[in-house]
Design a protein around this ligand. Structure first.
Ligand code: C5P
Length: 236
């Protein structure tokens, strides 16, 4: 092969990204996972990274206002996401299985307090972008379309009324045998929305070019079909 031929550079193939942002309980976690499975793409659960920083901080006795220590934790987070043979997800932190604690309501609350810290968000930015691998990525979060993947091929923002989201969460927890008070749950959801959408850095908001889908009254399968048909009508 001639030198000229070997030096010829192919343009790097852009890895397509579909972002799904929105508040907790909008269905975005389940919808994103199913869309990723159907397309056989990579999946990023960005909320789990914020939750993991909180879990690691609590393990190490780091205070929620110790910005420097929390930032170092975020930079050095030693984590792994696995899918077990039976299809269940497993989240490891420094080799230990922390799936249950990461998924708890308490971890979500701690995550949203840590997520207001700009230095922590910056520390997690590249880690999130590293999930962008062939053949494509479905990214679930709050700022996927606005900050982390502003060039995403398709941006979706899922929403639903706070009451409907509280009902969904209540049902999920009940099925797991966890007893909760519905009106307390609603109060927590409203407080978390407030914190997520009013923070200064990367607030939860639809990207200007996002398609907003209100999932109130829709099943997961109906929302998945909608997202996949938006993708197909645009790119397939
Ligand atoms: O989606 P999940 O409930 O796991 O997210 C937990 C918290 O992490 C959110 O309430 C939000 O404060 C924060 N988060 C964020 N940016 C993301 C994902 C999650 O600020 N991209």
């Amino acid at each position: 092969m001639s030198g000229a031929a070997t030096n010829m550079r192919q343009p790097a193939k852009v890895v397509p990204v579909i972002t799904l942002d929105g508040p907790g309980g909008s269905g975005k976690g389940t919808v994103s996972r199913v869309v990723a499975q159907r397309l056989e793409w990579q999946f990023l659960d960005s909320g789990a990274l914020y939750r993991l920083v909180g879990v690691a901080a609590q393990d190490q006795g780091i205070a929620m206002d110790d910005v420097a220590a929390l930032t170092v934790l975020a930079e050095r987070l030693d984590t792994d996401f696995r899918t077990l043979a039976d299809g269940r997800e497993q989240i490891l932190l420094s080799g230990a299985d922390v799936t249950t604690v990461v998924r708890s309501e308490a971890s979500g609350d701690v995550a949203s307090r840590i997520a207001v810290i700009p230095a922590v968000r910056r520390a997690l930015l590249q880690r999130q972008r590293d999930f962008r691998q062939q053949p494509g990525l479905v990214a679930d979060g709050r700022d996927m379309g606005t900050v982390v993947f502003p060039d995403a091929a398709l941006k979706i923002y899922l929403t639903a009324s706070a009451e409907e989201r509280a009902q969904r969460r209540y049902k999920q927890l009940k099925e797991k045998g966890i007893s909760v008070n519905l009106s307390r749950l609603l109060g927590e959801i409203v407080a978390r929305d407030e914190r997520d959408s009013h923070r200064e850095t990367a607030p939860m908001t639809p990207a200007p070019d996002a398609r907003v889908i209100d999932t109130t009254g829709f099943s997961i399968e109906e929302v998945v079909t909608r997202v996949l048909s938006l993708w197909e009508s645009k790119f397939v």
